[in-house]
Design a protein around this ligand. Sequence first.
Ligand code: FMN
Length: 333
Amino acid sequence: MGWRGILGFEYGIVQAPLGPDISGPELVAAVANAGGLGLLRAPDWEAPDHVRRLIRNTRTLTDKPFGIGVVLAFPHKENIKAILDEKVAVLQVSWGECPKDLVLEAQQAGVKIVPQVGSFEEARKAADAGVDAIIVQGREAGGHVIGQDGLISLLPRVVDLVGGRIPVIAAGGIVDERGCVAALALGAQGVCLGTRFLATRESYAHPTYKLKLVEHDKTEYTDVFGRARWPGAPQRVLKTPFFMDWRTLPSHENEANQPVIGRSTIHCMEKEIRRFAGTVPNVTTTGDIESMAMYAGEGVGLIKEILPAGEVVKRLVEGTQLLIQQQFHGEKL
Ligand SMILES: Cc1cc2nc3c(=O)[nH]c(=O)nc-3n(C[C@H](O)[C@H](O)[C@H](O)COP(=O)(O)O)c2cc1C
């Protein structure tokens, strides 16, 4: 048991796409240079020229392969066309059905397609559509959470379903080598980490947000943020003082009629941030940062420092190999 690499990458370590624009070229290139799969994040609106720029900027920082994530719940056709034209290594998709047509189109363009799913049924549909790998997201995950199942029960069911034909990648609550070994033991061939890569030097998260990831150790599954823009998309957030004050927000309230609490430039667009918006603060954000959404997975309590992303990959690889050797080799069960 150990790393065999997936999808042509050296290691089975995936840096999740971090919306709306937190996983940019610097983060993705740092992960790629360390032998992992880094994923950019396409905008939630059609902006094919911007998508091309993101990909080309990343290529100036690495000659290794990388990928990009697209949220299918938002307009995306032109963005996907640009992604396939640019022939990135991997197209990650989430929050929407991944139809056979799209799978074929991607594969014909030489791009591997990898949906993130949150249920057994979604995994079955993805496998039937012929995808190249499946990311299984457990309810422990940070950011928007697609399903209700915990990783420890859902992951082996999906592994059994695909029977070794498709690599399965575990996402949700994994932060260090112990999480990696647990995922491998459950049958995954790779791990996908969001919160750990959010708390790196290269991520575009606002410095205050990064600090909170180190300071706080509790999260909650909620739907308080972004109800108007993206209804029916619950999320896991840090239990910040702001969130604790508003966690029982009445269901008829949403960000649409709330005061503007800040501003951000997101994928080169100026945006107003209203209270309860689902947009996490990035490096450009000004205003009341402490009152903005801060997504994080259940493993956040294990994050003690902001690290370079390449160091995160290195520690995961070395730590996992060492842990397997020390704890499991030669042991008689
Ligand atoms: C700030 C943040 C933004 C995220 N944005 C996206 C996204 O745009 N698309 C997506 O498929 N998943 C997104 N996710 C979820 C990740 O893909 C992944 O499932 C999750 O981070 C795994 O759990 P972890 O954070 O505990 O590692 C996001 C997660 C975080 C923390």
